[in-house]
Design a protein around this ligand. Structure first.
Ligand SMILES: Nc1ncnc2c1ncn2[C@@H]1O[C@H](COP(=O)(O)OP(=O)(O)OP(=O)(O)O)[C@@H](O)[C@H]1O
Length: 342
């Protein structure tokens, strides 16, 4: 992707500094610290309710943080939006119905402080062919593309998309990402929230994972997969090679092992599956330990598996914290002084 520094002037596009936002008792965003840089295409992932839409709303100045600050291009979100530096495609809000697609896009181009030519926008969004249709006669996927056209109606420096491909079929989705990539190649910074992990994997050069309002992973897709131990090593150990009784401790002690599974379905043969953060070191370690792995395979797991692993780990940690808190509360209640569990 191009650097985009010409368009954005270098430095920070957006910054969240210790941002928190609650709705009553629900802490939707919790201490978010994050900087977006010019030219990045960034995917925002997270389970339902993780705080993705709330974070985007804060970024666009649609909501105010309870704590911390959000800046866009060094100023307030409102100033950046008013200057036409941000284009957004949000989940909420209906489109005007009784107008033609061309009229709606033309209006958006006309009112935008940095409005582009209507034909160019229709072409970029892939909706030139439906320009004369009424907006309320569109399919869900077509409507999404019109929303995208509105987001790129002006020459914004930052494009924010909240689950942009919801309702699009596979071919429309591919065409959509091609349009989006053209925006990124023109130097624009793009931030999109999605539930489609393969999109994040193939489109984004940076992936953020939110979980219960907290940023729990930030890196390239490859880095996040590596961190989650997203390589799988499989092999067999045969008793004929002197490995009838594999000492699982030996396997568990290999440097990158995250998960280990040893099965013995056939007499004298153990099938070993390892999930690892460092497959190279583990394979070397197997031989160093005097084992003779047969049919050795190393495969990469997808971003989806990495995502499930990272969020699952965090769920487990949170559950432990709750148990600890309950334990502390119950011991305080009974007046018993006990050492903290963790
Ligand atoms: N206006 C609101 N009033 C009360 N609670 C809200 C409001 N908006 C969001 N929430 C709550 O805040 C939390 C974060 O919601 P948010 O919509 O930001 O998450 P999300 O990651 O975008 O979820 P999804 O993937 O389901 O769209 C959720 O628990 C949600 O129920």
């Amino acid at each position: 992707m191009s650097s985009g520094t010409e368009l954005n002037g270098g430095g920070e596009v957006a910054a969240f500094r210790q941002v928190s936002k609650s709705y009553g008792p629900v802490r939707a965003v919790n201490g978010l610290d994050l900087v977006l840089r010019p030219g990045e295409t960034v995917a925002l992932l997270g389970p339902n309710g993780a705080g993705k839409s709330s974070s985007l709303d804060l970024l666009l100045g649609l909501r105010e943080p309870d704590r911390g600050s959000v800046t866009l291009f060094g100023g307030t979100p409102r100033a950046a939006v008013q200057a036409g530096r941000v284009g957004a495609m949000l989940q909420s809000g209906g489109l005007m119905g009784d107008v033609k697609v061309r009229e709606l896009v033309k209006f958006a181009c006309a009112v935008h402080p940095r409005g582009r030519g209507v034909d160019e926008v229709l072409r970029d969004a892939g909706i030139a062919g439906i320009a004369e249709r009424k907006v309320d006669k569109l399919s869900g996927g077509q409507e999404q593309r019109v929303r995208f056209a509105l987001a790129v109606a002006g020459a914004a420096d930052l494009i924010v998309l909240d689950e942009p491909t919801t309702g699009m079929d596979v071919s429309v989705r591919q065409a959509f990402w091609a349009s989006m990539r053209a925006q990124a190649d023109a130097g624009r910074t793009v931030l999109f929230a999605t539930h489609y992990l393969e999109e994040a994997d193939s489109v984004a050069d940076r992936v953020l994972v939110l979980h219960r309002g907290r940023l729990i992973a930030d890196g390239t897709s490859a880095e996040i997969k590596a961190r989650a131990g997203a390589r799988r090593i499989t092999f067999e150990l045969h008793s004929a090679d002197g490995a009838a009784d594999v000492d699982e401790q030996v396997l568990r002690a290999l440097p990158g092992v995250v998960a280990l599974d040893v099965t013995a379905r056939i007499e004298g043969v153990r099938t070993v599956r390892i999930r690892s953060t460092d497959a190279d070191a583990d394979v070397a370690g197997l031989y160093r330990a005097g084992l003779f792995p047969r049919g050795l395979e190393v495969t990469g797991l997808g971003l989806e598996q990495a995502f499930l692993t990272i969020t699952g780990e965090r769920d487990a940690e949170d559950a432990e914290d709750v148990q600890d808190a309950e334990h502390t509360a119950s011991t305080e209640h009974t007046g018993t002084v006990k050492e903290s569990v963790r």
